[in-house]
Design a protein around this ligand. Structure first.
Ligand code: PLP
Length: 398
């Protein structure tokens, strides 16, 4: 008889985004405004769609046929990444590993390490980090790093030792980004303690302020202590296409039997045995997304998302809500009024204004008492949201 792994059997099945999806599917109507899970709302850029069509069409010919590709991605895409994203220009093919987006790769990353290692997670954080650690029986290894209004949502260096730390900047869900000095502190900490940083740069393309690094490799010494995950999902509208990559510098070493050895070959090996790579047409689409002309269109999408976010942020604040983020990231982290729980506010907003947000408690215990609004919407929709929230402004009255 096949018995289910006990850890898996005992997992609570209350995954945040499944809950929000279910609520939406059960209750939405034509008038519902979805500022929930943070999916893109601008249609795919035509040149990207054309690149997929051409690649697929090419595969119908003997010369253009592509079967299994290299597990860690085609050299043409790695070359485009080096050419178009200057901070990655010095990384070799072995150090750039193409994946089908951050989520599947980042979740497996801790499996490369000793099962006793302590893993620092920002609380609140992107739920798949802790859901996957729990799924793999590593829930007890988590060391929570609170990000609250008291510390301006900036993760403080931990008092307890950690060997692996997940840092996400700009941060989902609070929308706050680490500046150069704050990130430098973490790089120095990792150097001193031989910890490894898993840097999630999913929202780097949305950064507006000069002093906010778009990549951890802007910080001196980071190549020795950090892997970085990048995604085309939000930066190029690929949530439905699926492509991203992880950078694992050769200079990054880890301990193995009391010797320091490079991690990069092990990550390449892990991919070689666990994936047959991302499809050729999608990698051609990602290459196209990096072209300067397409980048210009993508910048205008990002600009529109950030304009909508800024409009929401101003509107919510003018009604009297206390809000954070929304400057370098299209997420607004809002304190619920009158000590309503995250779920109570989610419920009120859905039932009274037909607007979907995300209850902050699903991102971790420090998210209780907050909700997250996604700014992946249009300015016009943001206006509608504000009209509805203005009508409900009594919620904020003291
Ligand atoms: N990392 C963070 C912080 C995210 O918010 C998201 C998506 O919302 C992801 C990763 C997932 O990225 P991908 O679509 O590349 O799997």
């Amino acid at each position: 008889m096949a018995s289910l792994n006990n850890t898996v059997a005992n997992l609570e099945k209350n995954y945040l985004f499944t809950f929000v999806h279910e609520q939406k599917n059960q209750r939405q109507n034509a008038d519902t405004i979805d500022l929930g899970i943070g999916d893109i709302s601008r249609p795919l850029i035509k040149d990207i769609a054309k690149a997929i069509e051409e690649a697929a069409h090419g595969m119908t010919t003997p010369d253009g046929l592509r079967g299994y590709g290299p597990e860690c991605g085609y050299p043409f895409l790695k070359e485009a990444i080096r050419r178009q994203i200057p901070i990655y220009s010095s990384f070799s093919d072995d150090e750039i590993l193409i994946n089908d987006g951050i989520i599947s790769d980042i979740a497996k990353f801790p499996l490369l390490f000793d099962r006793h290692l302590k893993i620092g997670l920002q609380n609140p954080c992107f739920p798949p980090y802790f859901e996957n650690l729990k799924f793999h029986g590593l829930g007890e290894n988590i060391v929570e790093i609170p990000c609250t209004p008291e510390n301006h949502f900036i993760p403080a260096l931990p008092k307890k030792p950690i060997e692996l730390i997940y840092l996400c900047s700009p941060h989902n869900p609070t929308g706050i980004a680490l500046d150069r000095d704050q990130l430098k502190q973490w790089v120095n900490y990792a150097k001193q303690t031989h910890a490894l940083i898993v840097f999630d740069a999913a929202y780097s393309a949305f950064i507006q302020q000069e002093n906010i690094p778009r990549s951890i490799y802007e910080i001196e010494g980071a190549k020795d202590v950090a892997v970085e995950f990048y995604s085309f999902s939000k930066s190029a509208g690929f949530t439905g296409l699926r492509c991203g990559f992880v950078i694992c510098p050769k200079s990054l070493t880890v301990n193995s039997q009391n010797k320091q050895i490079p991690l990069c070959p092990f990550l390449n090996h892990e991919k070689a045995i666990s994936t047959n790579g991302v499809s050729y047409p999608i990698q051609k689409a990602a290459e196209k997304a990096l072209c300067p002309s397409v980048q210009a269109e993508l910048h205008s999408h990002i600009h529109e998302y950030m304009q909508a976010t800024s409009h929401l942020l101003k509107g919510l604040s003018s009604i009297g809500y206390t809000c954070y983020g929304g400057v370098d990231c299209p997420y607004i982290w809002m304190k619920t009024p009158h000590q309503l729980s995250s779920l109570e506010f989610f419920e009120k907003l859905f039932s009274e204004a037909n607007i979907i947000c995300v209850p902050g408690s699903g991102f971790g215990t420090c998210g209780e008492g907050f909700v997250r609004f996604s700014g992946f919407t249009s300015y016009q929709t943001a206006e509608k949201v504000m009209e509805r929230l203005y009508r409900m402004r009594h919620l904020c009255d003291s």
